[in-house]
Design a protein around this ligand. Structure first.
Ligand SMILES: [Zn+2]
Ligand SMILES: [Zn+2]
Length: 140
């Protein structure tokens, strides 16, 4: 056992309104994009970016306590803030890991996707990394 194992780095995260906060410890595992149908519909975008931590290291620390949970599949629960709707985490039955949404992390350093689940289902324009700047709007 190394010192790093004894005192793993702690990462924090939160929803948009701040009611639900969490912390998790250890090396971020398997950061990956997912473009499955629930991720795109629930997330409202072309993919969600997930990153894993050992489930036993995750604690809910915000004033709102525990998030709300939704089963998008009989064996998969997704956690979200019941106040602002931010997607925060997912837990698969029988998995020791909890996946958190990378963009809910306070510190996203070192977290970049190493893979893309449901890649074939992704919007074809996802090959464009950055869309152009929006055109200036007329003042209203
Ligand atoms: Zn919230
Ligand atoms: Zn997905």
């Amino acid at each position: 056992m190394t010192l790093a194992d004894a005192q793993p780095a702690v990462r924090t995260g939160q929803c948009q309104c701040g009611a639900i906060r969490y912390q998790a410890a250890g090396e971020p595992d398997d950061p990956h994009l997912c473009s499955c149908e629930p991720c795109t519909r629930i997330g409202g975008g072309p993919a969600m970016l997930w990153v894993g931590f050992r489930g036993e290291t995750l604690t809910w620390t915000g004033p709102g306590g525990e998030p709300a949970w939704y089963a998008s599949w009989p064996t998969l629960l997704r956690a979200f803030c019941p106040r602002c709707g931010t997607q925060l985490a997912s837990v698969a039955e029988d998995s020791p890991m909890v996946m958190v949404t990378a963009f809910s992390l306070t510190d996203q350093s070192g977290v970049a996707p190493v893979g893309h689940s449901y890649r074939a289902d992704a919007a074809p324009w996802m090959t464009i990394t950055l869309a152009p700047e929006p055109q200036p709007q007329q003042p209203r």
